[in-house]
Write a protein that binds this ligand. Structure first.
Ligand code: RIB
Ligand code: CA
Length: 322
């Protein structure tokens, strides 16, 4: 058996960040060295509270949690999307957390965790990229300690979810996204295209709420919350798909493409523009472009199974569904 991959997660918990944390913490393939929080789906204080609440609820080992940036680099934060519930994590009524965050800013926590690690560490970024951008600007040489960044953000061919052109994590802090995605560090982008692919049905979510493990029951509760909010008979695993890509890269198809993060004001702000032309060499491109690996689609059945199995609730899935 290979050693678990050392990872740090940057989150804005957030219901689907909670699903991602549940998967990461349950997977023997990952060694979660810490969780950093940033404003996004909810205000920073709520993100930290939700993350600690979740860790308590599953009786997780004492993984350090650090609070980071409470707003984007330039703009005031967007108002929190209502879809995550009034507490930002599906209003499950979980008890208030007993554990507390570490007494260190997330950016400083990340620097120390990366510098102290015996080997380069993988960053899984599921939120606006403010913490990571600040890390790279304050400590430009820290990139040597980063194995790869897996970033949930942007769109490839899909429409945006926050504006017609832009996905939430990138639109919330476009300058931070530009700093990180144009850094030249190895990046795998998990955009809305695969994000929209991996689903749980309402029946499956209901079965998960009856499972033995606390993680599965919470995942079911969150999925049911989204089904109810959208009035749909399915819910997405969302950010958890990014974690699945780290655990099981063979389940994802990706392309290496030049990417541009649009920073102008107006309709295209926060859009991720890919050069998808068949022949790109020698043809004009304006602005800053950086090659990244972008996940274009995933094996949804495989990732659904990965998620349910990690949570000890494979029996909750309808096997015939893709
Ligand atoms: O746009 C998708 C992103 O926004 C995810 O990171 C998710 O948490 C959502 O709120
Ligand atoms: Ca998120």
């Amino acid at each position: 058996m290979t050693n678990p991959l050392p990872v740090l997660l940057d989150v804005d918990t957030g219901g689907d960040d909670a699903l991602a944390l549940l998967l990461a913490l349950a997977s023997p393939a990952l060694d979660v060295r810490g969780i950093t929080c940033v404003a996004g789906n909810c205000a920073l204080k709520q993100v930290v509270a939700n993350t600690l609440t979740l860790l308590d609820a599953i009786n997780a080992p004492p993984v350090p949690v650090a609070a980071g940036m409470d707003r984007p680099i330039l703009e005031p934060g967007l108002s929190a999307p209502a879809l995550h519930g009034s507490d930002g994590m599906g209003d499950l009524g979980l008890p208030a957390p007993q554990r507390t965050e570490v007494d260190l800013h997330a950016v400083e926590f990340l620097r120390r965790a990366l510098a102290d690690a015996a080997e380069p560490v993988t960053l899984i970024c599921l939120a606006p990229l403010t913490n990571i951008a600040m890390l790279l600007r304050l400590y430009p040489r820290i990139g040597d300690r980063i194995e790869r960044l897996y970033v949930m953000g942007g769109t490839f061919a899909a429409p945006g979810n926050t504006t017609p052109a832009a996905e939430f994590n990138v639109r919330y802090d476009p300058e931070a996204a530009a700093i990180v995605l144009h850094s030249g560090l190895p990046v795998t982008l998990y955009p809305l295209d695969p994000f929209m692919q991996v689903r749980l049905t309402k029946e499956e979510a209901e079965k998960l709420t009856q499972a033995k493990g606390a993680g599965a029951r919470i995942a079911g509760g969150i999925a049911l919350h989204y089904c109810r909010f959208f009035g749909m008979d399915f819910s997405l695993i969302g950010d958890a798909g990014t974690v699945a890509t780290v655990i099981d890269p063979a389940g994802a198809a990706s392309e290496r493409r030049p990417l541009h993060v649009e920073l102008s004001s107006g309709a295209a702000r926060g859009a991720t523009v890919f050069d998808r032309r068949i022949i790109t060499d020698g043809f004009a491109r304006e602005g800053e472009w950086t090659d990244v690996d972008v996940v274009t689609r995933v094996d949804a059945a495989r990732y659904r199974k990965l998620m349910a199995t990690a949570l000890g609730a494979a029996e909750a899935l309808d096997d015939k569904r893709k």
